[in-house]
Design a protein. Structure first.
Length: 352
């Protein structure tokens, strides 16, 4: 009977809710810090903007052109402070995320490894098997401090995200070349920008996914960043079907959650003219937080599926097909009583 990695991933996520809770805690801690810093920075920046009586008069006029001119005049010459604050806050937040992601990945992967190894202890054949030729005692000695490899991998993930932002800006610049001010062609510019942006998104997703998968081997085998990347690539090459199944099914579940959250958010927006806006904002925030929690839970389920694939032999996930019987002359399983040597009747040649 075949053991589905996707089913094993969901079972691990259900039976070990502390793993998902730990993932939610470190992710929300980093996200909450970034959100609080952003809100605080915006409020402080708005408090430093001078507003004259003329600009206030334009804002109270509520005419789109006058409001736009007033806002442009207020923000003129003060965006350099925003740039300086961004240049200062972005590296700090990036460092916080790298540290939190590294520590959180050690905690979650080790719990999943203990869970699946405890499950494989009931199966002697699977318990004796470990992927690779590394002895268990040597592996335990090497998995003492994988924090360095995880910091390098997460730093590469941050670099890939920065490269994706630069790729988006480059796509916008390239799309702008085909639509100059003298001869604007917005349709052609959008048609050029869309595939370039899609290519940037795909490359960012693929590299970020591979670096995230490499973190499993950094914790499991105690390898460095390069060795963990090589192990992740070997797993994708040797167990392509299992990895693709886990990624696809959990990705579809994530898509269903996203669509459901979008529909749930649109419901309170439909009562914008009836219900007070404060209640609408609270409902949207609650739905958003629930969606983020489900997304983190599905992420841990996907990670559990990868750990299960790495810790389980391929023949246990996908049993070998039965060996067909040999095609040839069937063996004789009956005794021919007509043979002289086996006959009970004395031979005439012997009597004479």
């Amino acid at each position: 009977m075949s053991n589905s990695p996707t089913a094993a991933a969901f079972r691990a996520a259900f039976r070990r809710p502390s793993v998902s809770l730990a993932e939610i805690m470190w992710r929300w801690s980093a996200g909450g810090t970034a959100t609080a810093l952003f809100v605080f920075g915006v409020l402080e920046y708005l408090h430093t903007l001078p507003v004259t009586n003329v600009e206030l008069l334009f804002l109270r006029a509520r005419h789109p052109y006058l409001v736009a001119e007033a806002i442009a005049h207020i923000l003129r010459g003060s965006l350099n402070r925003v740039v300086l604050a961004t240049l200062l806050a972005a590296p700090m937040l990036c460092g916080l995320w790298i540290a939190a992601a590294s520590i959180g990945r050690i905690a979650t992967v080790r719990v999943l490894l203990d869970y699946f190894r405890a499950q494989s202890a009931t199966n002697p054949a699977a318990g004796e098997w470990r992927r690779g030729a590394v002895d268990a005692t040597v592996r335990e000695a090497r998995t003492g401090a994988p924090i360095g490899a995880l910091i390098r991998l997460n730093f590469l993930r941050a670099g890939v995200a920065l490269a994706a932002v630069s790729g988006f800006l480059g796509a916008m610049v390239l799309a702008g070349f085909v639509s100059p001010d003298a001869h604007p062609r917005p349709g052609l510019a959008f048609s050029l920008f869309l595939p370039l942006a899609g290519l940037v998104c795909y490359l960012w997703w693929a590299l970020n996914w591979l670096l995230s998968l490499a973190g499993v081997f950094a914790v499991r085998d105690g390898e460095d960043a390069v060795g963990a990347l090589c192990s992740a690539a070997d797993l994708c090459r040797e167990r392509t079907g299992a990895v693709f199944a886990v990624t696809t099914w959990i990705g579809l579940a994530h898509l269903i959650c996203f669509v459901g959250a979008t529909v749930a958010v649109s419901v309170p927006l439909g009562f914008a003219g009836i219900v007070p806006w404060r209640l609408i904002v609270v409902a949207i925030v609650i739905v958003t937080l629930v969606y983020f929690a489900l997304a983190d839970w599905l992420y841990m389920a996907r990670l559990a599926g990868y750990v299960y694939i790495a810790e389980t032999p391929e023949w246990l996930i996908k049993p070998l097909p039965p060996v067909p019987p040999p095609t040839g002359t069937p063996l004789r399983t009956t005794i021919d009583r007509d043979e002289l040597i086996l006959s009970d009747v004395p031979s005439l040649a012997v009597e004479t």
